[in-house]
Design a protein around this ligand. Structure first.
Ligand code: ATP
Ligand code: MG
Length: 414
């Protein structure tokens, strides 16, 4: 029996990879325009990094991590998200010593042990961005605008932006107490997970996907009503900056996010087009994370988007690349010329194909059609002798004569 891929881990086949490159290139373009630079960090980290940052009571740490002991008896984990590793690197390389302000982005695979379904996999990919060293709400708005600009760049109106504030260590305890008081009388209506969350992390009950919990927490107090003055001002300024730049958003007071490190601004880009997998991108401010990981007290904000979900949203569009030219030959005598032209045209930036196996002209033309070449040319004895050939534009069959010289052909293909 042939060996198959691990459940929930996908191959991205050639017909799909064009779509992925399109997404990645658009992200790089938009992020770099905003002054972000790429950072590449390992896919494996010490397990402790994720326990300390994401939080022991989060779904990720409780049940989704790929953790194992390596041959040196160290506990290592395949990264379930990107922020922890990026902040570990930021601290480890003392990037803050020169300038606390860093604007970083990353892309690559993440790993979570989840039940695979449409838009939810065990190896999936994120593109994320982080800004450190700024508390000013202007930067929150810039990060949100950048994320929305990315979706605009790839031509999507969906998803839409929802924002909330989760307060800070000053105001969240008061809110937590108010929420616990509210939940106390409704405990029997919560799912087993949420009964447990009630004591360790009651905010997470607002995020529970079970219908019973959604019903039981209806009318629960919202963090937004309990923000301290500083957090309230901060949130108002974020909204003001978004309004100032004409950005569209809605406020979702129930959004709590699954990672424990968030403070103040949190946000999601949501869509109704992917069923239960409604979040396409998500993030927030994490003013306590860097110090929690042993670094100085420096604030941060960031997001990550799920590339598989973005790819699904792009729908049926065709991203495969077509050859500019297919060079066919009548016989073996023209193959040298064809190969020289192919090499020269490729070196000048064109995508060119030819036959490798001495196939019949008919079968070469079938291949040109199958590859959806923009132009084709047939080189026979006559063409070789005169140094001129007829180039056929495949979409309408129009023939253009040109010299069998790279200069002329490049002009014709342009
Ligand atoms: P969800 O509520 O769907 O589980 P999440 O809150 O766990 O999402 P984050 O940790 O915020 O997600 O990750 C950011 C983005 O990464 C998500 O919005 C989503 O697009 C994507 N993502 C998260 N988990 C997966 C997964 N298992 N498969 C595919 N994409 C994922
Ligand atoms: Mg999740």
């Amino acid at each position: 029996m042939a060996i198959t891929a691990i459940k929930g881990c996908n191959d991205i086949l050639p017909e799909e990879s064009g779509r992925w490159q399109y997404i990645e290139q658009a992200a790089r373009r938009i992020f770099e325009r905003n002054g972000f630079s790429e950072i590449r960090v390992p896919i494996m980290e010490k397990t402790e990094l994720f326990c300390r940052s994401i939080g022991d009571t989060s779904d990720i740490v409780e049940k989704e991590m790929y953790t194992f002991t390596d041959k040196g008896d160290n506990s290592v984990t395949l990264r379930p998200e990107g922020t922890a590793g990026v902040m570990r690197a930021y601290i480890e390389h003392k990037m803050h010593a020169q300038d606390p302000l860093a604007k970083l982005y990353y892309l690559g695979p993440m790993f979570r042990y989840e039940r695979p379904q449409k838009g939810r996999y065990r190896q999936f990919h994120q593109i994320g961005a982080e800004v450190t060293g700024v508390t000013d709400p202007l930067v929150d708005a810039q990060v949100l605008n950048m994320l929305c600009a990315f979706f605009h760049e790839i031509g999507l109106d969906e998803p839409t932006l929802q924002i909330n504030s989760l307060g800070c260590p000053d105001c969240r305890p008061t809110y937590r107490a108010a929420l616990m008081e509210f939940l106390q009388g409704r405990l029997d209506r919560l799912c087993d997970d949420c009964k447990r969350r009630f004591t360790v992390n009651p905010l997470r009950t607002l995020d529970c996907k079970s219908a019973g919990c959604a019903e039981a927490t209806k009318g629960a107090p919202a963090m937004l009503e309990h923000l301290c003055t500083a957090c309230d001002d901060h949130f108002s300024s974020v909204k003001r900056y978004l309004d100032l730049t004409g950005s569209r958003y809605s406020i979702n007071p129930r959004m709590v996010r699954g990672l424990d490190y968030y403070t103040r601004t949190t946000f999601e880009l949501v869509t109704g087009l992917l069923g239960a997998q409604s979040a396409v991108a998500a993030g927030g401010r994490y003013d306590g994370l860097i110090s929690q990981l042993g670094g100085p007290s420096i604030p941060g904000i960031g997001f990550a988007m799920g590339v598989e979900r973005v790819a699904l949203l792009l729908g049926e569009r065709d991203f495969s690349r077509r050859p500019d030219l297919f060079i066919a030959t009548m016989g073996a005598g023209q193959r040298d010329k064809a190969f020289c032209l192919l090499t020269e045209l490729q070196n000048r930036g064109n995508r060119v194909e030819m036959d490798y196996e001495g196939k019949s002209l008919k079968s070469q033309m079938r291949r040109a059609d199958k590859l959806r070449a923009r132009f084709s040319v047939v080189i026979g004895e006559n063409e070789l002798a005169t140094g001129r050939a007829s180039f056929k534009r495949m979409e309408d069959g129009v023939q253009n004569e040109a010299a069998l010289e790279a200069d002329d052909i490049v002009t014709l293909l342009a």
